[in-house]
Design a protein around this ligand. Structure first.
Ligand code: SF4
Ligand code: SF4
Length: 412
């Protein structure tokens, strides 16, 4: 609580965060704005209010997207204040049983995620069949409906990729691939794309022995489980063997790069320094030039995930990837860096607010007339996929990770 107090001292209540806070934009309610949330925390600290339901709700609906921090003239770290507040709430509030299962049992057990992933794989292969479409209309459980709409379509296996004869990049480089939970669960195409692109240019790449990065736990205030997972990854991933740790998940990348700062050990710092997002890795090492691409006439727009654009400052790279494919037209959407309302499990825990934010994002996408949306984060891909299916069902928009899109159009 002392840390919260110190952080709050910087807030001068100017209200400039109104321009950027997604939850304020869709509610126009001061409770759901950085300034209002900070004021509520002041009142709790001054013991004028207890942890009442409305206060907990205001804190829990903060996406921790960091948009307010970017626009705040006093650099108030409201996202951190909210994270610290969530840690207090975790101590006093009973967690929803499904979330408890997901956070404490499913996510820390990759074998279990893989088993669930097998069912998801079978389901995503048949989800567009007529009879399945009919049965799913009868599904009475809202949370399941939302999850189901978030599932990406099954995209088949990624075969071996061919380079255009430029030779190998650098056989000496060793890359450890950090497997993310969403890939194990629903994105068969994404990890194969990353893996095969690296292999094709001659990079030695291996899967790390890792569990969940701990981001869902960190952002929800469950610091104990976050630490357990992070320490497991440090001990078991054999990261020392690799020059780089590559990830294709913006959220994993953001938290893995912060392991040093959050765990404050020599090993955590060493690990964090090796972490790099796949978009960044490909562009930095000029690996995109090793392939030839099919001509396309797609109109593409890019959604910038909060954990990529703010936390990792990666913005140019996904656009560079899109522009490698000849014939595509890149159109910027309005507020491409505004959160899509996915924010981990936000769309399940705060469905109404998540949908309002998502509607704005889908409207911005529709204005570009794009048929392809690129988003370098599995969680954003799931949220945007659901958004298209729910709020633009007659459009032909498809959502991909930049590397998935790239790999689909490498000349065979
Ligand atoms: S958080 Fe920053 S922008 Fe918002 S009211 Fe406080 S000082 Fe102003
Ligand atoms: S972190 Fe995002 S949702 Fe939370 S107060 Fe700041 S802008 Fe609003």
């Amino acid at each position: 609580m002392t840390q919260i107090k110190e952080l709050l001292l910087r807030c001068n209540k100017c209200g400039l965060c109104q321009q950027s806070c997604p939850t304020y934009k869709v509610t126009k309610n001061e409770f759901y704005l950085a300034r209002g949330r900070n004021r509520l925390m002041d009142l709790v600290l001054e013991k004028k209010y207890d942890w009442q339901k409305q206060i907990i709700y205001a804190i829990e609906t903060c996406l921790q997207c960091g948009a307010c921090v970017e626009t705040c003239p006093s650099s108030v770290k409201t996202d951190l204040v909210m994270n610290l507040a969530k840690r207090e709430i975790v101590k006093i509030k009973k967690q929803n049983i499904l979330l408890k299962f997901a956070y404490k049992i499913l996510l820390p057990t990759p074998q279990m995620i893989k088993i669930v992933g097998k069912f998801v794989k079978v389901y995503s292969k048949v989800k567009d069949k007529k009879v399945v479409k009919y049965v799913k209309r009868l599904n009475p459980i809202n949370d399941l409906k939302r999850l189901e709409r978030s599932l990406p379509n099954y995209r088949g296996e990624v075969g071996e990729l061919k380079t255009k004869g430029k030779g190998s990049f650098n056989k000496e480089i060793r890359v450890g691939y950090f497997k993310n939970c969403a890939n194990l669960l629903a994105f068969n195409f994404l990890d194969q794309s990353t893996f095969n692109v690296l292999k094709a240019v001659g990079i030695h790449v291996e899967n790390l022995t890792n569990k969940c990065c701990g981001a869902p736990h960190w952002f929800s205030g469950d610091i104990e489980t976050f630490r357990n997972l992070a320490n497991y990854n440090l001990k078991n991933s054999e990261y020392q063997k690799y020059d780089f740790i590559v990830t294709d998940c913006a959220t994993c990348g953001a938290i893995l790069k912060r392991y040093g700062e959050l765990l404050e050990t020599k090993e955590a710092h060493e690990f964090a320094q090796k972490v790099i997002d796949i978009n960044e890795f490909l562009v930095k090492n000029e690996l995109l030039d090793y392939f030839e691409y099919e001509e396309r006439s797609d109109v593409i727009t890019v959604h910038d995930p909060c954990h990529l654009v703010r936390e990792q400052k990666v913005k140019f790279e996904p656009r560079k990837i899109a522009n490698m494919v000849p014939g595509v037209k890149l159109i910027e959407m309005k507020d491409s860096n505004m959160c899509c309302g996915g924010a981990g499990v936000f769309s399940i825990t705060q469905p109404r607010m998540s949908d309002e934010i998502l509607k704005v994002k889908i409207k911005n996408i529709l204005e570009t007339k794009a048929n392809i949306v690129l988003a370098a984060c599995p969680s954003c891909i799931m949220q945007l996929t659901r958004g298209v299916e729910t709020f633009a069902p007659n459009s032909n928009i498809k959502v991909f990770h930049p590397i998935e899109y790239l790999v689909q159009h490498i000349k065979k």
